[in-house]
Design a protein. Sequence first.
Length: 591
Amino acid sequence: MLGPLEVRLSGRLLPLGGPKDRLMLATLLLQPNRVVPVERLIDAIWDSPPVSARKNVQTHIWGLRRLFTSSEGDGRIESTAVGYRLRVGEDELDAERFERLAGQGRRALSEGRPMLAAEVLHQAISLWRGPPLQDVSLTPRLQSHVVALEEGRLAAVEDRIEAELRLGRHDALVGELRSLIAQNPLRERLHAQLMLALYRSGRQADALAAYTAARRALLDELGIEPGPGLERLQQDILRRAPALELAPATTSFPINQLPSDLADFTARSRQSEPLTRLLHSEECAGGAAVTVAVITGPPGVGKTSLAVHVGHLVAESFPDGILYASLRGPDETRLPAQDAIGGFLRALGVPSERVPDALPERSAFFRSLTAGKQYLIVLDNAFDEAQVRPLIPGSSGCAVLVTSRSRLVGLSAAETVALDVFSPAESAALLSRMLGAQRTNMEPDATEEVARLCGGLPLALRIAGGRLAARPAWPIAGLVRRLSDERERLAEFSAGDLELRTAFESAYHSLSADEQRLLRTLGGFGSEPFDADAAAHAAGIGAREAGRLLERLADVHLVRVAEIDDRYRLHDLIRLFARDLTVADAAPAGG
């Protein structure tokens, strides 16, 4: 609804019929999950209703029902004695999702968490694609709903600007605020925000000129003087009141071991939103048990990037600190939980001589130190549940965010977010952010082909984008030619300290000998789905054994469960890696 009226199923745009069908659907969507009387539907469609209006409404409803039924297998539109109800699930309607996110952002702002507020409000505003229902001819009664939606959007924009002003981003906001005021000259809050942004940018005279412009607009349009808030702000600017200065950043926790966030972090809002919501929830702050969330997915899919990004977003909810540990050693070996706890204890100020030697005592000491506190524990690259359990605090005010290639289903009450590869649109968006839209727009087909050859894998995309960014004169089509040779494709995914083959090798070496052998065998398969019988035949093992090994490979995301029941497939880049292992095994010794 937040733009042209669209209905999508699995990303596919559904045909909505003629103007009256669209108008009826819009009327039902403006009151989702509520009964809309037939009389209101008639008023929405006709200025002068025909005698057959009720029958015509039934015809349009029948057309909409057929659309939803053929698309979903069940009807969405329910009949009642007085009208019709359109059932809409949570987050299925962009207008409802916007209102939920805008409310979360507004609460975060009132609670003094501007970083979270800015992020959540940005997510809310990004749902808008244009004026609401812009391709539907609405009656005045329905137009009032659109006005309310637009008012909500503008209020969310003002709240987001307020959050960014508190974060010290005043310089970057001046241009946006001038544009918003040109479109909404009577919004006193926007005028006040522009004045404050100019003043904090060292432009006192411009801030006072902005007040004069605001006063003139209000007098010319409404014949009234600015409100007391705007007048008080002008006086404060004239006398350079200390209260106008940006409050110095205060560290609300003594420890933050998180790596830095990615400046060009892309997509993943559908995964970051529930994680952020979970870690900000009342259950996390005061529940009976520690909140545990697991991010899982194949190597190179961006698990660490998402965990770090979410960690920064929720930092303000953990005033005692954020502890971070990679549970893989520098040589990709398993870091003992005992060593990880030792690092945490020393970070919390425990002298080395007081750190217990045995794992049970260290774990108990760690739980004692964190009891009654609010820490976020980020455990990156976990091997299995046994490595994670000793690192979970005992205090319900703490939370644990884990990344792992394994699903870690044995962790009690853990929420799991499974990452998949980027869609073509998300892949293109990341390349555009890394290279600049001007460069990718000059070679759209080549950009799309690089994204396809990367298989949507974020690490592969980052390596490809990094190589192109380091060589601005390179045509994108040149990299396409390099990647098109399957025999050399993996070798091309190397840039600086990033290498795709290394990520795959780390996952491969964590497998048992039988699992490694089967993965190498699967490297000879094509990109089509296969079943356990085919894998068993190729590997020369029993079907039951092949099924067990395939499930293990699926658990660590080296094999993907296909959409067809009991069938599997390999990501193209993992297939090439497995094939290269087979070729290396077959090479003569010393050859």
